[in-house]
Each structure stands twice: as structure tokens, then as C-alpha cells.
Design a protein. Structure first.
Length: 160
């Protein structure tokens, strides 16, 4: 593996799989589940946090149950691809709390944004007053999610 991607052994994978299912497990219980000692598991977790394998340990919320029932995917095309236009767009998007994901794409669209919002009226305001006002935005095409049939944050890990 490259320097950017640390090699994960079988124990690392078992630890990560367990943490992806339940990050609130006490280290002692986690160690028992992965058939290792508390000290070894704790050290492995610390190492993976330092390497950035574990980016954050958070609570996953249901967007509908916190008053944000509408999920929208916005496809954004830029007017130009100057050296600083794309990074400035990304900086601006990071300041908008409604945007929960931003992906830079290859192809006919430059960015895919995942947005959660309380109402269509609020989204209309967001598009006109925020998103379309970012320098370089040429076109915004939106798709409203009707339902979410697959949702997981668990990665299909393997040792190697």
C-alpha cells in the first residue's frame, strides 16, 4: 500500500467493523468482540486516529427527525475552471450548513451537492440567495430524493 493508505491487518479490520456498527462500545467490550486485549485495541484505535483512518467519531442523526425532511441533490456547473474559481466555490460551500456533502465530479457537471432542508420554499431561497450567488456558478440542476432505500456509513473493509 502507498504512504497515504496505511496497511490494515485483520485485527484493524475487525476493530473498524465493530466501531462502524457501534462506536460507543467500551474498549473492554470491543477487545472481547475482536479477540484481543484492551491495551492492543486502544493502541490500534489511537494509531488509526492519528493516521486519519478514523476521521471522526460522531452520532448519526436522522435528518427527517430533526426537522430537515427534504434531501436534494444539486448538480452545479461552473462558468469557468480557472485556477482559483473551483477552490473558492468549495470554500463558499463549506460555509453553508445545509450542504452535508460536496463532491467534485468529472464530466458534464462540476459538483454534486447533497443538501438537507426543511421545505421547498427554504430550498428556493437557498438557491437564489446563497448557491447561485457564489462566483462562477453557471447552472444548478436539482433532484429531490423521494426515499432512501440504502443508507450506510459502513465501508466494506478488508485486510491487506
Amino acid at each position: 500500500m502507498s504512504e497515504d493508505v496505511p496497511a490494515l491487518d485483520a485485527l484493524d479490520v475487525r476493530i473498524l467493523q465493530s466501531l462502524q456498527s457501534d462506536d460507543a462500545l467500551p474498549v473492554a467490550e470491543l477487545a472481547e468482540r475482536v479477540s484481543s486485549s484492551k491495551t492492543v485495541v486502544w493502541r490500534r484505535i489511537q494509531r488509526m486516529e492519528q493516521l486519519g483512518v478514523i476521521r471522526a467519531r460522531v452520532a448519526l442523526l436522522d435528518h427527517r427527525k430533526v426537522g430537515l425532511p427534504i434531501m436534494i441533490f444539486a448538480h452545479v456547473k461552473m462558468t469557468r475552471h480557472d485556477r482559483d474559481v473551483l477552490p473558492k466555490f468549495i470554500e463558499a460551500i463549506q460555509l453553508l450548513p445545509q450542504v452535508v456533502e460536496c463532491h467534485t465530479l468529472m464530466g458534464t457537471v462540476d459538483f454534486l451537492l447533497k443538501i438537507v432542508i426543511a421545505s421547498l420554499g427554504e430550498y428556493e431561497h437557498f438557491v437564489w440567495q446563497k448557491l447561485s450567488q457564489i462566483d462562477g456558478v453557471r447552472e444548478i440542476s436539482s433532484s429531490i430524493s423521494l426515499s432512501q432505500s440504502v443508507y450506510t456509513t459502513q465501508l466494506p473493509l478488508r485486510a491487506g
